[in-house]
Ligand binder design. Structure first.
Ligand code: 13P
Length: 339
């Protein structure tokens, strides 16, 4: 593993306002999303949907990398072009989700631990050969009555760092994703306190397990009110509290922060990113790694019909461009309407 190569990839993932398209839904999650537009969850339909995404004209101007799932990284377009090749032709780095999902945590069944460390070294080597240059592992932190526990945060932070070091040893940049869920009724204060705690634990583990901080990307939640919290923080408060929390916890050696959207409305997720970047200069690049906040309207527009592909791609290109602008603090309401 050459640290200079990891640094080059990590920097490319967050440079010039570009961000990451998270399209690494597991088959069961992908099927749930397809069901929302009345499309059957089959391998052929998942493939057709991802082909629509990855063949979007000019996507590479705004998107630096896309995260794939194990099934997806092995698939090709209807014309037989591997998805990996389609992405490379657009200057989009292929990435791969390598965790095996969450399981109930023994001893604290209202919380989860992310699994997938067994055999990970061998899987990483295969993904590198398939063309992946970065990876993702998501840990889930669940605010609730009596949660998150120290125990759950510790085991998840430990696993994140184990994964990150193995990824770097395989020449792959790890996206380290500790997600404090925005489901529920908790306040922005609770989200801030939990986010501060988990980030401290995660960086303690990353440093303790010798992860090269310059060769990783952090994918955190924003500091935000939970979806059903009666008092919703403003865009400005979310941006200010998120930046303040990250400045307290994320070493400046980390080249980039690429937020998850976590269930935020598409335009709100763009606005949050924009206001944060207007607060610069920041110690790291601040960009996006959105799943739902990039795909939601595009998926609805597509709805499984070949005749809708071009329109769905225009929606995805627009949403990507808006977030690209926001990652430089240059997003405006006029740009949004110019679609
Ligand atoms: P969302 O932006 O929809 O939260 O998805 C990002 C992701 O990759 C979650 O792991």
């Amino acid at each position: 593993m050459k640290t200079a190569d990891l640094e080059a990839i990590a920097n490319k993932m967050v440079a010039n306002g570009r961000g990451i398209l998270a399209a690494d839904e597991s088959n069961s999650t992908a099927n749930k999303r397809l069901a929302t537009v009345k499309v059957e969850g089959t391998e052929a339909n998942r493939r057709a949907y991802r082909e629509m995404l990855f063949s979007t004209p000019r996507l590479g101007e705004y998107i630096s990398g896309a995260i794939l799932y194990d099934e997806t990284i092995r698939q090709s377009s209807a014309a037989g072009v591997p998805f990996v090749k389609m992405m490379q032709d657009q200057n989009i780095l292929p990435g791969i989700k390598v965790d095996a999902g969450t399981k109930k945590l023994a001893g604290s069944p209202d919380e989860t631990v992310t699994e997938g460390l067994d055999g990970l070294g061998e899987r990483l080597a295969e993904y590198y050969k398939l063309g992946a240059r970065f990876t993702k592992w998501r840990a889930v932190i669940t605010p609730g009555a009596g949660t998150p526990t120290e125990y759950a945060m510790n085991v998840n932070a430990h696993a994140l760092a184990r994964y990150a070091k193995l990824a770097q040893d395989a020449g792959l940049v790890p996206i380290v994703e500790p997600e404090v869920l925005m489901d529920g009724k908790h306040t922005i204060e609770t989200c801030r306190d939990i986010t501060e705690t988990i980030l401290l634990k995660v960086f303690n583990e990353l440093i303790g397990q010798r992860v090269h901080l310059e060769g990783m990307v952090l994918k955190p939640n924003m500091v935000i009110s939970a979806q059903d919290c009666p008092t919703q923080a403003s865009v400005e408060q979310v941006a200010e509290w998120t930046v303040k929390t990250l400045k307290r916890r994320v070493p400046a050696a980390v080249p980039g922060i690429a937020f998850l959207s976590g269930g935020q409305d598409e335009e709100i997720a763009t606005k949050h990113l924009n206001v944060m970047n207007k607060m610069g200069p920041l110690p790291w690049k601040v960009s996006f790694s959105y799943g739902r906040a990039l795909q939601h309207t595009s998926l609805e527009t597509w709805a499984g019909k070949p005749a809708n592909v071009a329109a769905a791609q225009r929606v995805l290109a627009h949403r990507s461009k808006m977030n690209w602008a926001a990652a430089s603090g240059k997003y405006t309401a006029e740009m949004e309407k110019a679609a």
